[in-house]
Design a protein around this ligand. Structure first.
Ligand code: 5GP
Ligand code: ZN
Length: 117
């Protein structure tokens, strides 16, 4: 069923506390934690606690939860006092998605070129 935890999903395991993570924020529906391989001084992943495989699926299956994730990206940026930052949802393997549990990357704390390449 949509949103149910998946046994083989790394981020579901982080939600369940089975894999450790440096959690920076938690709400009833979301968790935000530092990326294990940071690409900038701030590199935080915001995920819904419920399992949806990517941002497109999340938006279609649970739009209010997608809004919760977006709201939390702002809260993470505020906590790290970032005026400028980037929010990225890699969607699909061809776009660099490696973990198939929807997540927003919040990246900032250094200059960010655009287009990203
Ligand atoms: P994706 O490539 O799917 O958009 O992003 C997945 C992100 O998860 C990568 O930036 C990667 O560094 C991060 N990541 C992978 N495994 C772990 C982990 O065990 N803990 C944490 N905190 N981040 C992870
Ligand atoms: Zn999951």
């Amino acid at each position: 069923m949509a949103g149910e935890p998946q046994e083989d999903c790394l981020f579901c395991k982080i939600v369940a506390g089975q894999v450790p993570a440096t959690i920076v924020r938690e709400t009833e529906t979301t968790v935000a934690f530092r990326d294990i391989n940071p690409q900038a001084p701030t590199h935080v992943l915001v995920i819904p606690k419920a399992h949806h495989k990517d941002a497109a699926t999340l938006a279609a299956e649970a739009p209010e939860l997608a809004a919760d994730v977006l709201r939390e990206t702002r809260a993470v940026a505020d906590e790290d006092q970032l005026d400028s930052y980037r929010v990225v949802f890699n969607t699909g393997a061809g776009a660099g998605q490696t973990v198939f549990h929807a997540h927003a990357h919040v990246v900032g704390g250094r200059g960010l070129a655009w287009p990203p390449g």
